[in-house]
Design a protein around this ligand. Sequence first.
Ligand code: COA
Ligand code: AMP
Length: 630
Amino acid sequence: MAGEYAATMQAWRDDPSAFWLRAADAIDWVEPPKAAFDPSAGVYGRWFPDAVCNTCWNAVDRHVETRGDQPAIIHDSPLTGRQRIITYRDLAARVGAMAAVLKDFGIAKGDRVVVYMPMIPEALVAMLACARVGAIHSVVFGGFAARELAARLDDAEPALILAASCGIEPGRVIAYEPLISEAKRLAKVRPPVLYWQREAAPADLAADDYDLGALFAAALEEGRTVPCEPMKGTDPLYILYTSGTTGRPKGVVRDNAGHMVALAWSMRNIYNIEPGEVFWAASDVGWVVGHSYIVYAPLLIGATTIVYEGKPVGTPDAGAFWRLIAEHKVVSLFTAPTAIRAIKKDDPDGRMPADHDLSHFRALFLAGERADPASIVWAEKALGVPVVDHWWQTETGWAIVGNPLGLEPLPIKHGSPTKPMPGYDVVILSDDGEPVPAGTLGNVAIRLPLPPSCLPTLWGDEERFRSAYLDAFKGYYNTSDAGMIDDDGYVFVMARTDDVINVAGHRLSTGVMEDVLTSHPSVVECAVVGADDPIKGQVPLGFVVVRPGAEIDGLEAELVAKVRHEVGPVAAFKHVIPVPRLPKTRSGKTLRATIKKIADGETYTMPATIDDPEALADIEIAVTSRGATA
Ligand code: COA
Ligand code: AMP
């Protein structure tokens, strides 16, 4: 309805507490919140500090009576050729049985449980079972290697790992047991592992390993369950690690109450989804999009969620997404622009959607990286529905800037994720922390307090939370994105201001890759930058200075293999360019932004602070001769 967006923003600005208390009506509470916000608690205040609740109850139990026979989860797996439907009634029984298994292993409120599973319903069941017993889950994406898993084990100190025996990628099966065993060797924290055995590659169980499927089946057979643990609104629901500037991942903490309230609000007002409808987020449970919009948000409102074990292309072709939408009556799809670029490459004229009945399909949502206008235009033409970009981060758990289709569809400007959502006072600041005029590029910041669902801190490291997000601009959360707001209030998000790169919608740290490269005996120093890529948006490119006398033949292959082994295949690290030296400022900081410009073939201005201008010429020569031989 016209004016609804402005009215909603005004209502939130006039009285944020009343606004969020009204939104809290969508949730079943053990004890409803009396106060929405306590400004004196935590680092910048805490949401719903006096509420008592359980997220599993809200996502599962409360729907059994009214929609027990409705599908809660549809698993569609072209990689195994299987499909499975789990109703809300089935889901309640499964989550109850999984929770009983957790209890048998002594898992109690506040314990951490690492979940290392691919796109199978058991990943969701495991997460919900943790929520049920009050354990804090930390899901690790299957594309990360052992060293990354080890870093998460040491930081979260879990009491248990719930794993699958394997993940399945096109053309290969990834056995998880060797990865987990190596991670346990590398880590100081070595919890028991419960393996969900999959046919494609069952795990050989060692001393401290258990057969999760067998334990679960017995609990299910006996109809075992455990009651939902009453949780304080501010108790953590999960920790999700994300990339920062340094090699050490940041453990983003998510509260129970604020998360539920914000997600339920977003499902209706941003995604325009009603209970009973089918919503599909084509991401992975290992990322924040998966946490929020594969698992929690659809289930919180009693919708049906799709768990897709496949790719946008190649499983079997670029029509896969449209086949699923038609077959399962999906009303809205959420994916990353990279998936659209991959589909567009195989179906440039956008003919494949016409092979399917998409009459019930209402909107395509994009996030995870900047949505390039060319992909949006292609999708609009091919699908004939609104293509809606929205911008958010692991840290927030839901959209900071978006287009609230359920409230009032705002006119779309290509290249902009549209306008701030309630709760987010988005401001563009100069490097000195001063607000800049409309249309001026600067640091995108959010005036404190952050709204419900946003991180209250980093796991076990409040100091790092302050220094990473709050210290740059007093009174603001620094998003580490650069952008601008135009005269109409539309926000444009252009690039990261730190050393995080975005590869196929996956957030990765160049610092992690640099650590791996410099640990090779032949490498003296290095710089990894995100070079432009037509499909993945960015791909990492490593520039290395090699030790005098070191063997250069075969070094690239060795370094590529090392990053794949230590960070994981998802880094998509494939190229290394040796250079005699790296360009630096006089204070010794590597000029990565300028190196990136050279790698992308863009013009650049000589940085005033450069120590040795010749070093830039070296990079140019190396990039050009690499291009000539590529
Ligand atoms: N477990 C193990 N390996 C994994 C993995 C997982 N869960 N996910 C990805 N990988 C591997 C891939 O097999 C690939 O390995 P390869 O180097 O042997 O080919 C590598 O990691 C890179 O994977 P990916 O980024 O998926 O690239 P791709 O070339 O296989 O496919 C796209 C390209 C665009 C189709 C794909 O990236 C995609 O679907 N992106 C959508 C992104 C998304 O959902 N983002 C989440 C935020 S919304
Ligand atoms: P992640 O935490 O993995 O969700 O990654 C968050 C980062 O991805 C943001 O800080 C942005 O840099 C980028 N990003 C996500 N969505 C968008 C978008 N719609 N437009 C531009 N950048 C985006």
